[in-house]
Design a binder for this molecule. Sequence first.
Ligand SMILES: Nc1ncnc2c1ncn2[C@@H]1O[C@H](COP(=O)(O)OP(=O)(O)OP(=O)(O)O)[C@@H](O)[C@H]1O
Length: 246
Amino acid sequence: MKNILELKSVTAGYDNKVVLKDVNLTVKENDFLGVIGPNGGGKTTLLKVILGSLKTIQGEILPEGNDRCNIGYLPQINQIDNKFPIQVKDVILSGLMSHKRLFGRYGKEDKLRAGELMTQMGILHLRNKNIGELSGGQLQRVFLCRAIISDPQILILDEPDTYVDSHFETELYGVLDQLNDHMAIIVVSHDVGTISSHVKTIACVNGSLCYHDSNIINEEQLKTYNCPIDLITHGEVPHRVLKHHH
Ligand SMILES: Nc1ncnc2c1ncn2[C@@H]1O[C@H](COP(=O)(O)OP(=O)(O)OP(=O)(O)O)[C@@H](O)[C@H]1O
């Protein structure tokens, strides 16, 4: 399987504060990586580095610059400004913006693709609504369509299970399983249990990054990875932290 993104000895942070130290990570085609870790451990910082919105202090990311792979990104829903008066269909099409020349218009095919995705996510009836009128789960679906409309090589989701009902959560992971046939997926979650049965491998981020080449991980391993279980699960600690991948 081909490597599509590599982080080599990356150190990153803000001003003089180092948040991630000496991080190594390789993403291959068809990877489905779950990123877990305690609050403030650096999960979002890792995503910013991968997305190129935060410069590294040290280390390198391959491929460099313009050769960087195409990445689709679903931000945390609470970071989205839904007061901005924009319609659902235009939000989804805006996922193609960086692929269009400046002032490039969306073509017929782009609009058809947006329609297909909205149908797939069950939100076609919302296409002319302003995003401010949507529920958290509906907004999540809209931004997922936006993230995948350009058919990226890697899809990154930051806490996609927040603000969604359990029905959509199951549906979401069903959609992700399908997408994983032709794109790598990185999903950040606080909740080990939720992502457990869907990811193929796991990275624990708590200042450093420990890669676990399996979706089954136990409490002991989490401790050695500097990822204390009590900090990353809500409520009861499950006996078996992660289930088998089906
Ligand atoms: N823009 C910023 N400027 C300065 N410090 C920041 C900035 N963003 C994050 N930090 C700090 O970096 C550390 C890691 O934050 P980050 O958001 O990456 O963690 P996280 O693992 O995603 O946390 P959470 O699970 O709470 O979302 C925290 O101590 C945070 O306060």
